[in-house]
Design a protein around this ligand. Structure first.
Ligand code: URP
Ligand code: ZN
Ligand code: ZN
Ligand code: ZN
Length: 469
């Protein structure tokens, strides 16, 4: 069945032009003008709109256990919300447990996602320790499962935190096998010390979550991860970069020739630490790690995106209800589950605050929200661009619509929105996932289970696919 999208302005990471898109079944089969409409079953008019490649969110935590509870949003509500926001692919973090097989973890994540996801998805795999069993399993994780990125936590002591030996060994194995290593870069030991000190002084409110995780602890861990990457002659992707100290380390390492990439998230671009001081425990809504920073870091992050010192934006979607989940830490900030709801507004915020305010070009917007992540994580050119042969994952985006972000209107299951009251310009109107309309004039019309797991190419390789039918 053929579909035609007419009269839109097509935007990729490198081009902006008026053109029509012909879709056959799941794929883009032609780009141009004056296509005959006779054998086309549906014509979608995109007048006045941009057409972006579907967003690729490289950082989500859906249905993830944390601190004795589980994220409120799973692969159902989480991917529906993502679709509303223009994201058509998510790469979620599959958590492994020390002493258990990696395959066990991967199977658990397949069970969480396969009947629920409404958009395509893949997994990154957490490495908590390197043992003989883990080393044995890694080649098949890459070759058979198509999972080509590993996540190492340098923080969350006694929970997820890995030691430097594990990080270094993972970097060496990743280089050998063709995977990209991702790090949560904060010094977990220093944070553990500062946290114990704060609690001993009776400092239990949400703001102390931020004060015990200073920017220097992120800068130090980021620098260490960069150094270890150079030493291993490997490749690194630093997730959720929040501050000047960390940006500086990544920038310096890149300038010295290291193969290192950095991601930031919408929350760090538009919110600052002061919100964590709100009374009645409201500050708990903004407890995630690394924490929000002082306002001056925001322009550093925007500038880093603009000049290419940071290259992607992930949501770090990891939602917990204010009532009943964040509540667990009323008496002690260390018991507040870490994370926030960001998957739906990731692209809107970057467009409104970035493009509409003149900080980023349209092409940079596409690169940062879609193309770059698709390339780094081995799903390009199937995902991340508008070209013949690519999946018809497309966002028809009206740049003039204004909307106020609110938990009353969002599509997440969680009971609050961290960007409540923020006005944004521009909104996805219609979204296609592999040729099928899943958002039609802002109404969800997709189906659970339609999302497919994507086996990814190795780091640095393009995804080879069957040719267009
Ligand atoms: O607070 C956060 N970010 N929760 C999710 C886990 C992580 O560190 O990315
Ligand atoms: Zn993290
Ligand atoms: Zn206090
Ligand atoms: Zn995360």
């Amino acid at each position: 069945m053929k579909k035609l999208i007419r009269n839109g302005t097509i935007v990729t990471a490198s081009e902006t032009y008026k053109g029509d898109i012909l879709i056959d079944n799941e794929k883009i089969v032609a780009l141009g003008k004056d296509f005959k409409e006779e054998d086309v079953a549906e014509v979608i008019d995109a007048s006045g709109c941009f057409i972006f490649p579907g967003g690729v969110d490289p950082h989500t935590h859906l249905d993830m256990p944390f601190g004795g509870t589980v994220t409120r949003d799973d692969f159902d509500s989480g991917t529906v919300a993502a679709a509303h926001g223009g994201t058509t692919t998510v790469i979620d973090f599959c958590l492994s447990e020390k002493g258990k097989s990696l395959n066990n973890a991967i199977n658990t994540w397949h069970e969480k996602s396969q009947d629920k996801a409404v958009i395509d998805y893949s997994f990154h795999l957490m490495i908590g320790e390197i043992t003989a069993e883990v080393l044995d399993e890694l080649p098949s994780v890459i070759e058979e499962e198509g999972i080509t990125s590993f996540k190492v936590f340098m923080a969350y002591k006694n929970v997820f935190q890995a030691d430097d030996a594990t990080l270094f060994h993972t970097l060496i194995k990743a280089k050998e096998l063709g995977a990209l290593v991702m790090v949560h870069a904060e010094n977990g030991d220093v944070i553990d010390y500062l946290t114990k000190e704060a609690l001993a002084k009776g400092q239990t409110e949400p703001i102390h979550h931020a004060l015990t995780r200073p920017p220097a602890a992120e800068g130090e861990a980021t620098g260490r991860a960069c150094q270890l990457t150079s030493l291993a002659d490997s490749q690194l992707y630093v997730v959720h970069v929040t501050c000047e100290q960390a940006v500086k380390q990544i920038d310096e390492a890149r300038k010295s020739g290291a193969d290192i990439w950095g991601e930031t998230c919408p929350q760090y671009l538009v919110l600052d630490q002061e919100v964590m001081r709100q009374s009645n425990f409201e500050g708990a809504k903004y407890v995630w790690s690394p924490p929000l920073r002082d306002k001056e870091h925001q322009e550093v992050l925007w500038n880093a995106l603009k000049i290419g010192a940071l290259q992607t934006i992930g949501s770090d979607q990891c939602s917990f209800d204010f009532q009943g989940q964040k509540d667990l830490g009323r008496e002690d900030f260390t018991k507040i589950p870490n994370g926030g709801p960001m998957i739906e507004d990731r692209m809107s915020i970057l467009f409104s605050e970035g493009v509409a305010k003149g900080r980023l070009s349209l092409n940079q917007f596409v690169d940062i929200t879609s193309t770059r992540a698709a390339k780094l994580f081995g799903i390009y050119p199937k995902k991340g661009t508008i070209s013949v042969g690519a999946d018809a994952d497309l966002v028809i985006f009206d740049p003039e619509v204004k909307r106020t972000i609110s938990a009353d209107t969002h599509h997440l299951a969680v009971d609050y929105n961290a960007f409540e009251g923020m006005e944004v310009k521009g909104q996805p109107k219609t979204v296609l996932s592999r040729g099928k309309t899943i958002i039609n004039d802002q109404i969800f019309v997709g189906s659970n289970g339609d999302g497919q797991f994507i086996k990814r190419a190795k780091y640095g390789e393009v995804l080879q696919e069957q040719t267009v039918q």
